[in-house]
Design a protein around this ligand. Structure first.
Ligand code: ATP
Ligand code: AMO
Length: 428
């Protein structure tokens, strides 16, 4: 007898006795002497038969099979036969229509929900995104770091911060590893990255905001220009999309069977537009936006459409944002301080990355923090780090769940978070 996997049942095993383990996917008794059992594992299914007359299985065993609960874990010993005969079966990809259940119910019973082929696909793709991110950066001489998630002050400013009591001292859950990834650059790690939890006390319920998500963060020394950071984004993401299409063919198919989507359109060299060019494209299309303000969700989507029509890509970088809409640590443009050395990156018209060159001069950093309404006392150790000498540097932050959501054209970030945390949900 050979122990094997449901997905590995091939012609070569015909007539061999095998042992498989999986879940009871469906159970169908036929009278008292026969029962069909479909066993599922990793998205594959095989039909098993227990019969008294043709196979000599005991009546008790047939009764036991017929009485199994769906989703039970079963070990089955049997002889493999090939399809073509109604009582025989081999492995097939599971693909039946799933019952329609609303998202809240699915999330309440997430452990069962994530067993579906589409969800298995989503989280295997997510695992690959993290792997490719890490492999690519390690091969480019980046060092993986782990920064604290309990910090003294807010790292991004604004109100979206979870406050807590840290043994009598006020503290926050880190809104990003921003301050510590920069401090690691001050500590002479020339290039760093982190994959870690990020907390945002978002108060509205949207399709793309979570209160806890996984941040993929990068920080690096810059030689001359912030375009060096955009070069890394470009090569990293083109490598990532190529690798996902190559390594995750089956997973992408499983997702598309339940949530149909078109493969992402991207170019070998990522398109870069300035914010001013983007505003002009919107204006030409009759959409008025504040040239020194931020783009709202609707304008971002519209620009995504215009870029697709004009340049044939759904992945692009928009850079030189107005300074006023960027965080305090962002370096203004040397030639025009109304703009900044910063960028956002979009997939299918939605933001997946923010990045920038940072201010590395301590007095100027403190001045900008104050101007942006940040209590400088809460970030004094961060500002002090620059007093001991800091090189020009920049970096970016990516939302893992957003990458998977937008690569697969899914309309809701809860689908790409294993156990999502949003303003209304902290369980399971
Ligand atoms: P990040 O805040 O990390 O940069 P983001 O996608 O939230 O990512 P923002 O620049 O903050 O980007 O916001 C862009 C637009 O998204 C805003 O103009 C607003 O329309 C919308 N938005 C942002 N945050 C929220 C929120 N918590 N609730 C509802 N809408 C939001
Ligand atoms: P930002 O605040 O834009 O930048 O965040 C970076 C990326 O994180 C993702 N993201 C989110 N994903 C899910 N739910 C949320 N509530 C949420 N908020 C943000 C997005 C976004 O592009 N420190 C900077 C990055 C940097 O400059 O290095 C920062 O945190 O994909």
């Amino acid at each position: 007898m050979v122990r094997t996997q449901v997905g590995a049942l091939t012609q070569e095993l015909k007539e061999k006795e095998v042992l498989i383990r999986g879940r009871a996917h469906t159970i169908r008794p036929v009278g008292k002497n026969m029962a069909f059992l479909v066993v599922r594992k990793k998205g594959f299914t095989v039909q098993c038969l227990a019969a008294t007359q043709s196979m000599g299985v005991s009546r008790q065993m047939v009764k036991f099979v017929a009485g199994l609960n769906r989703e039970s874990i079963v070990d089955v010993i049997g002889v493999v036969s090939v399809p073509g005969n109604p009582i025989k079966g081999t492995t097939q990809q599971a693909g039946e229509q799933l019952p329609r259940v609303n998202q809240d119910t699915r999330l309440n019973f997430r452990v069962i929900d994530i067993r579906t082929p589409a969800n298995q696909g989503i989280f295997r793709i997510q695992s690959q995104v993290g792997n490719i991110f890490r492999q690519f950066l390690l091969s480019e001489d980046f060092v993986e770091i782990h920064t604290p998630k309990l910090i003294a002050g807010s790292s991004e400013g604004g109100s979206a911060v979870f406050k807590l009591d840290y043994k009598g001292q006020p503290a926050c859950l880190a809104q990003s590893p921003q301050l510590h990834k920069q401090m690691s650059i001050c500590g002479d790690f020339d290039r760093v990255f982190e994959i870690g939890a990020v907390y945002r006390a978002e108060d509205s319920y949207t399709h793309r905001h979570l209160c806890e998500f996984t941040g993929l963060d990068v920080e690096m020394e810059i030689e001359k220009h912030y375009s060096e950071v955009m070069d890394i984004v470009d090569r990293l993401f083109v490598t990532m999309f190529d690798s996902l299409n190559e390594r995750c063919e089956m997973e992408l198919e499983a997702v598309a069977r339940q949530y149909p989507f078109e493969p992402l359109k991207y170019k070998p060299n990522t398109l870069r537009l300035t914010f001013e060019e983007g505003v002009q494209m919107l204006k030409d299309a009759g959409v008025e936006v504040d040239p020194l303000g931020d783009l709202n969700t609707e304008a971002e989507r519209k620009l995504g459409q215009l870029v697709l029509e004009k340049y044939g890509t759904e992945f692009y970088i928009l850079h030189r944002y107005p300074l006023a809409v960027r965080p305090f640590y962002t370096m203004p443009c040397y030639d025009d301080s109304l703009y900044s050395n910063s960028f956002d990156v979009f997939i299918r018209g939605e933001e997946i990355i923010s990045g920038a060159q940072r201010i590395h001069v301590p007095a100027f950093l403190a001045e900008r923090a104050q101007a942006c309404g940040i209590d400088v006392n809460t970030i004094s150790t961060y500002i002090d780090s620059f007093r001991y000498g800091a090189p020009p540097h920049g970096g970016f932050g990516v939302g893992l769940e957003r990458v998977v959501m937008l690569f697969c054209g899914l309309g809701n970030i809860r689908k790409t978070s294993l156990f999502p945390r949003d303003p209304q949900r902290i369980a399971p």
